[in-house]
Design a protein around this ligand. Structure first.
Ligand code: AMP
Length: 285
């Protein structure tokens, strides 16, 4: 199947016409699901593409390494860029449209307005990456406006990002249904990530301690036991430099109390060598 590649709004409009994509699901025209990515596609992304295919007639993938969501000391310039391989994966997964804009197409030099992630964007991941979630929401809203999908699919791997996108859809009345997809892992539990390719052999040996800690925590019954058990596993791996381990409400990302009932997210972020990894699991209390 041929994939249409678009690089700006005019090419997107042509592609939507060629694919017969309508404005509304109820119009009876073809529907569109968007999977936003930063490229360097792996099996985790592929699982999102498959889920997207179940949700709509056509799947669009955006490939854009968004400068707004990287801090000044982060890995924007060395982030892996593998466009040709990504396009092959998209074709193999039946993707109809790849939107791969240049940074200059997305952001004017005198850009003024963006989305604020509010207080929820300043806690947990936001406390360690100031402005990151503002940058994510801004690019996601722009991608929604450009591609105009009916459905958008995001991974549970980036749990706070997913929660904030759901929140943006509610707070800003977006006419798009947001679908979450489960985290795909290596056989030893390490969550797939484009950043895993930075890991040295020693880092790669240490990295599964993150998911081991989450799985061990998730077997416990109370918030206190969950946090203690997961911490103990993390402390047993000296090559990890922990940013945070939190047990939070899935909708607000506020820490849950000892009397919490229902779902919670046990989330971790740590540096392994020079690579910062995040992971999480959903626990039911
Ligand atoms: P990224 O290219 O890292 O921005 O990720 C694009 C989308 O893929 C996001 O919605 C991520 O949450 C999702 N994703 C990344 N890694 C995984 C994984 N291991 N399993 C499932 N989804 C993932």
């Amino acid at each position: 199947m041929d994939v249409i590649v678009a690089g700006d709004r005019a090419e997107l409009v042509k592609a939507r016409e060629a694919l017969g994509i309508g404005e509304k699901i109820s119009s009876g025209k073809a529907t569109l699901a968007l999977v936003p990515t930063m490229g360097a596609l792996h099996e985790g992304h592929r699982s999102l593409l498959r889920l997207a295919r179940e949700k709509a007639d056509h799947v669009a993938v955006s490939i854009f390494v968004n400068p707004l969501q990287f801090g000044p000391t982060e890995d924007f310039s060395r982030y892996p860029r593998t466009f040709d391989a990504d396009l092959e994966i998209c074709a193999a997964e039946g993707v109809s449209l790849v939107f791969a804009p240049a940074a200059e197409t997305m952001y004017l030099p005198d850009r003024q307005v963006g989305v604020s992630a509010g207080g929820m964007g300043a806690i947990v991941e936001g406390a360690f990456r100031p402005g990151h979630l503002d940058g994510v929401l801004t690019v996601v809203l722009k991608l929604f406006n450009l591609v105009q999908p009916d459905v958008a699919v995001f991974g549970q791997k980036d749990a706070q990002q997913l929660a904030m996108i759901r929140r943006m859809a509610v707070d800003l009345d977006l006419p798009i249904s947001i679908v979450g997809a489960p985290t795909i892992r290596e056989a030893d539990g390490l969550a797939l990530s484009s950043r895993n390719r930075y890991l040295s052999p020693n880092d790669r040996r240490a990295a599964p301690a993150l998911s081991r800690a989450l799985f061990a925590g998730a077997e416990q019954r109370t918030p206190g036991e969950i946090r203690r058990t997961a911490h103990a596993v993390l402390e047993s791996e000296p090559s990890l430099d922990l940013d945070y381990l939190v047990l939070v409400d899935p909708a607000t990302f506020a820490e849950v109390g000892e009397d919490h009932a229902g779902e919670a997210i046990l989330a971790v972020a740590a540096k392994v060598g020079s690579t910062r990894l995040i992971d999480n699991v959903i626990v039911t209390l």
